[in-house]
Design a protein around this ligand. Structure first.
Ligand SMILES: C[S@@+](CC[C@H](N)C(=O)[O-])C[C@H]1O[C@@H](n2cnc3c(N)ncnc32)[C@H](O)[C@@H]1O
Length: 298
């Protein structure tokens, strides 16, 4: 990741959740904190998507469509992961590549847990500035214990040492949330990170990992989006945050098994959206996103 000001894809996912809050899958999906983490200019396309009023200029329309597409993915992805966390709320929860994740401020099940947010230093700096401006009433949950921020570049730094310095306990079971990060890491970095998580996982730990499977339609969509940004005279977010690894369900299951995790479920987001119910209009994107839930036997 090269984005000095922090991850732009993290902002986009947050915009997607803010756009869907209270509108998509009511009763199953809600993220009232997401909008509070956004800056004014980032809120504009969110409001336009919520009001279903596409802007007329080319560049604004690109942003609008990105947020709309992201909202459709964010809903089933968030619900699948929230459910897996709720059914297994360990004493410690570590969110790896947290971006603008809102779970610590949103899920009552995490209020009294030790929550660690690991992220690239640039993204975490940006997140902390935003969190400092969160208005009190915007938080459905006030974490009893403050979130522990752990800056780590997964491509270079040692996760174990950074977590230990933040008070992580290897003797306690952990729920790991690894959402929307795997595609930005090389296969070797994913393998190394999985090994690090496994080495830190006491029996009874759970790893929830969201990853992308290869779909030709998605590659074409990204190319078109990049070209559209080029025409508009802007660098797309994929320029600084390109996708580096895609995984089949079998390859992911093998990786998890090699590191001592037993896969309990691995669903694509289309299956999750169909069960919710949620919009299934973006079938190719929904099919390519997957959430695997794997446990370390107790
Ligand atoms: C698409 S965002 C996802 C954020 C969040 N998990 C979510 O789903 O909303 C990608 C995240 O991966 C993080 N990331 C990418 N490369 C990383 C690296 N080498 N080390 C640590 N974090 C990284 C970014 O900082 C960013 O927060």
């Amino acid at each position: 990741m090269k984005a000095a000001g922090g991850s732009r894809t993290a902002v986009l996912v947050c915009q997607g959740r803010a756009a869907a809050d209270g509108l998509a899958s009511p009763g199953r999906f809600a993220d009232p904190v997401a909008v509070e983490l956004l800056r004014d200019d980032e809120r504009r396309p969110v409001e336009q998507v919520r009001a279903n009023t596409p802007p007329s200029t080319w560049l604004e329309r690109l942003e609008y469509e990105s947020v709309r597409a992201c909202a459709a993915i964010a809903v089933p992805r968030t619900v699948a992961i929230d459910d897996a966390v709720r059914h297994h709320p360990s004493a410690q929860v570590v969110i790896v590549g947290a971006g603008l994740d809102t779970r610590a401020w949103r899920l009552p099940e995490l209020a009294d847990r030790a929550v660690f947010e690991v992220d690239h230093p640039a993204s975490q700096r940006d997140k902390r500035e935003r969190v400092a401006r969160l208005p009190e009433p915007a938080r459905p949950v006030r974490p009893v214990r403050p979130v522990r921020f752990v800056p780590v570049d997964l491509a270079r730094d040692r996760l174990a040492a950074a977590l230990a310095a933040a008070g992580y306990r290897r003797d306690l079971p952990t729920t790991w949330i690894w959402e929307g990060v795997v595609p930005y890491l090389t296969r070797a970095e994913v393998e190394r990170t999985t090994a690090a998580l496994a080495a830190l996982s006491a029996p009874g730990s759970r790893l929830i990992v969201n990853y992308q499977a290869r779909r030709p339609a998605i590659a074409v969509g990204q190319l078109i989006s990049r070209a559209a940004y080029l025409v508009a005279g802007r660098r797309s977010m994929w320029a600084n945050e390109p996708w580096r690894s895609l995984w089949t369900a079998t390859a992911m299951a093998n990786l998890l098994r090699r590191h001592g995790f037993t896969v309990g479920s691995d669903d694509d987001l289309l299956a999750v959206a169909t069960r919710l119910p949620a919009s299934t209009a973006r079938r190719a994107s929904l099919r390519s996103g997957r959430v695997a839930v794997a446990d370390r036997p107790g």
